[in-house]
Design a protein around this ligand. Structure first.
Ligand code: ARG
Length: 720
């Protein structure tokens, strides 16, 4: 009996990987040949080499890592890029003013001259991937702990250096399967990226935070950019004389439309998944970390919103920051809810029980789960406080700014005689000052700052309060934490040079000494909450010990998993390297008795329309053309498809990724996941997990019919 149970559990443990069909999995492009037969069965019509080929142009050459945080695709022979509206959001918002408000009104350049340069934005093309596992393992053989860590960094640097063969060639070695495999990725980077177009925000972000992470959805989440190159089509810094980049490959666009069952590929840069997280990690997330993140973000968001509602200028100033904090605020609410609903910790515990039994007789793996249990016990008591560092103590923008600027100023003072160094620091500081000043909002920042410090008083037992915090409490105590920290906040605002931008500017101009910085009360606070200092002063080696040991355990856990699955297809966690996921257009049932369609339409957009609402208002041009049923060549069955769902496996970072049909044509842009599968980064649930995309026909309708930007449409290779 025992044996049968044991075998059964063992099968359960590893079945997720051995029975992988399509949908689940973010596959390494270089190795996609292994999935080819499966892909063909599901509807793929091209070859594996069409997807990835390091020696000739292939589809990978049309995919870009957009700014390092999103994905984009090249759609014309003049370097035109499609990505999501929320990926271009910061570029759009920072190019907006109350007078020329392109965030609210939308914008399409009518010619190259009208395209808007975006400082700091870059894209990277993947040139090749190369497995360097043997080389790395040979170099680190016999080493453990810190020595191994140091050696790893050294080999990574050496391999990358050899591979970086030019000024714009970036190479890095990434670890896969928790350092059981190492792959070198070589990229070509372009820094002159210009904004070409975007719909009005009430199309691009239609539904706002209410609809975010949810299906059914009707959002036109797209924006348009262009890569520019210098002479000879090579990467160059921004220059008016640069010309549109001529790509090795661009994607044709299909306006034939999607239907249930159609094959789909999502090709892009998923950022991070944690599919091998243990039940101990899941419990820590649901019980401690996630609720703290949500609570602290809630404070910030409410505070910002209050000011954003008061003036257009403030709204434009804070929109982009607000959107990114709100996005993951809702993410963590959903993740916690779904981890619980889908009983993810419970099913992990079952897998771990089977693993314990399987590993019991294997010297290398025995006791692994006990050790996980043990290390999580050390982290649990400090988890809430630790979450406060980044999500709370550093939540007001002046704090991280005071850390970097203060430290730079101190080192500048210490190296006063080194003219080149001084100049370099000054340049950095001036740049930092203007970035800081553009989003400074006094009322919101003050409220947030005081409220978070007061919340900490109740969330963390007094005996665990850090010294600097206790000193503030003692000095400013009024009888309750709220007014105490209000008093402290008022004091800082009046007495620190690091908070009000005008004061900071004057302070910088006075060429302050290291001593003056160290005496500044704002800098003192910032130095105390500097994550490195904070962790060391308050948790000793708990965090670093946990991290080192967890990395070792993860490595072994994955080694065991790979051993068990030898010869089978298994995919590594996302790590911001290029991946292919394949699947089909597929509906789902969120609840008993309900099935959600695979598509939504413009009729649904109109059903949600609330005039004057901040999330559900619509531009007049959309309503007008809707009323005339003017869908141009993009409509079907008397309506216009807006969004659709597929079962492709995606995560953050995939935003903007092309959704490609079996013939290699662009049919949509992936932009979100659905509520019922918010636990997906930790556990993929086939029944619920869907990828939400904007239909390319809606994108083109917005550009062409609403935007009148024929110049953009004419660049595309449209297949009817
Ligand atoms: N949840 C989407 C993602 O992380 C972002 C959607 C942006 N829209 C919004 N309402 N914030 O990819």
């Amino acid at each position: 009996m025992k044996k049968i149970v044991y075998l059964l559990l063992l099968v359960m443990t590893f079945s997720f990987s051995s029975s992988v069909k399509a949908d689940e999995g973010m596959w390494i492009p270089m190795l996609i040949g292994k999935n080819y037969e499966q892909m063909k069965k599901q509807g793929f019509k091209l070859t594996a080499k069409d997807l990835y080929n390091a020696n000739a142009s292939s589809m990978k050459d049309a995919i870009v890592h957009f700014g390092g945080f999103c994905t984009g695709e090249i759609v014309s022979d003049k370097g035109l890029i499609f990505t999501n509206h929320h990926c271009g959001y910061d570029a759009i918002a920072s190019n907006s003013t109350a007078q020329n408000n392109i965030l609210d009104n939308g914008f399409y350049a009518k010619n190259y001259g009208e395209e808007k340069p975006v400082e700091g934005l870059f894209v990277r093309f993947l040139l090749k991937m190369e497995d360097v596992t043997e080389q790395v393992n040979a170099a680190t053989k016999g080493l453990t702990g810190a020595a191994k860590e140091a050696k790893l960094n050294e080999v990574f640097a050496a391999i990358s250096k050899t591979a970086s063969t030019g000024p714009n060639i970036e190479a890095n070695v990434k670890d896969f399967f928790k350092a059981n495999q190492f792959i070198l990725c070589v990229y070509e980077r372009f820094d002159d990226i210009r904004l070409v177009g975007a719909p009005p925000q009430n199309i691009g972000k239609f539904g706002g935070d209410t609809d975010n992470w949810e299906w059914p959805r009707q959002t036109g989440d797209f924006s348009v950019f262009r890569v520019y190159a210098g002479k000879g089509n090579v990467s160059a810094k921004y220059n008016v004389n640069n010309t549109p980049y001529k790509p090795k490959k661009f994607l044709p666009v299909s306006i034939k439309g999607v239907k249930k069952g159609d094959f789909s590929i999502v090709y892009g840069y998923p950022g991070r998944t944690d599919r091998y997280l243990t039940s101990y990690g899941v419990d820590l997330a649901t019980e401690k970390v996630n609720p703290t993140i949500v609570k602290l973000r809630d404070i910030r968001l409410k505070s910002w919103k209050e000011d954003m509602n008061k003036s257009v200028d403030t709204r434009l100033k804070l929109s982009s920051k607000y959107a990114s904090i709100a996005n993951y605020w809702k993410y963590f609410i959903g993740q916690t809810e779904q981890l619980k609903r889908l009983k993810v910790a419970e099913s992990k515990r079952n897998e771990e029980k089977a693993f314990r039994e399987w590993a019991a007789e294997k010297t290398e793996f025995a006791g692994l789960m006990d050790q996980y249990e043990e290390i999580y016990k050390t982290l649990e008591p400090i988890a809430v406080q630790r979450t406060y560092i980044n999500e709370g103590f550093l939540a007001s923008a002046w704090v991280p700014n005071a850390i970097t600027m203060g430290n730079a100023l101190i080192s500048k003072d210490q190296k006063r005689t080194d003219a080149a160094y001084v100049q370099q620091v000054e340049e950095r500081i001036n740049k930092g000052l203007s970035t800081y000043a553009t989003t400074y909002t006094e009322a919101a920042d003050k409220r947030t700052f005081a409220k978070i410090l007061a919340e900490f008083y109740n969330d963390v037992p007094v005996k665990s309060h850090p010294k600097f915090y206790t000193a503030i409490v003692e000095k400013y105590w009024t009888g309750n934490p709220e007014t105490t920290f209000q008093k402290y906040t008022d004091y800082l605002w009046e007495n620190s040079n690091f908070i009000r931008p005008e004061k900071l500017k004057a302070f910088l101009a006075s060429n302050p000494s290291a001593k003056a910085i160290e005496n500044d009360p704002g800098y003192q606070y910032a130095a105390n909450v500097n994550p490195t200092t904070y962790v060391k002063n308050n948790f000793g080696t708990i965090v670093s010990d946990f991290e080192t040991r967890k990395a070792e355990l993860d490595h072994l856990y994955l080694k065991a998993t790979l051993e068990k699955n030898k010869g089978k297809l298994i995919y590594p966690d996302a790590n911001s390297t290029m991946r292919i996921s394949y699947g089909n257009v597929q509906d789902y049932s969120p609840k008993d008795g309900i099935t959600y369609n695979v598509t939504t339409t413009i009729d649904g957009v109109m059903q949600k329309y609330i005039p004057g609402d901040s999330e559900f208002d619509l531009p007049a041009s959309l309503i007008e053309n809707y009323n005339k049923r003017n869908f141009g060549q993009y409509g079907n069955d008397g309506t216009l498809t807006v969004n659709f769902i597929t079962n492709n496996d995606i995560t953050g970072g995939n935003s903007g990724s092309p959704v490609i049909n079996g013939k290699g044509e662009l049919i949509g842009l992936a932009f979100d996941g659905n509520w019922e599968a918010m636990s997906g980064d930790i556990a993929f649930d086939k029944k619920f997990k869907r990828n939400i995309s904007v239909d390319i026909r809606y994108v083109l309708w917005c550009i062409d019919v609403l935007g009148g930007a024929k110049n953009i449409i004419n660049e595309l290779d449209i297949r009817k």
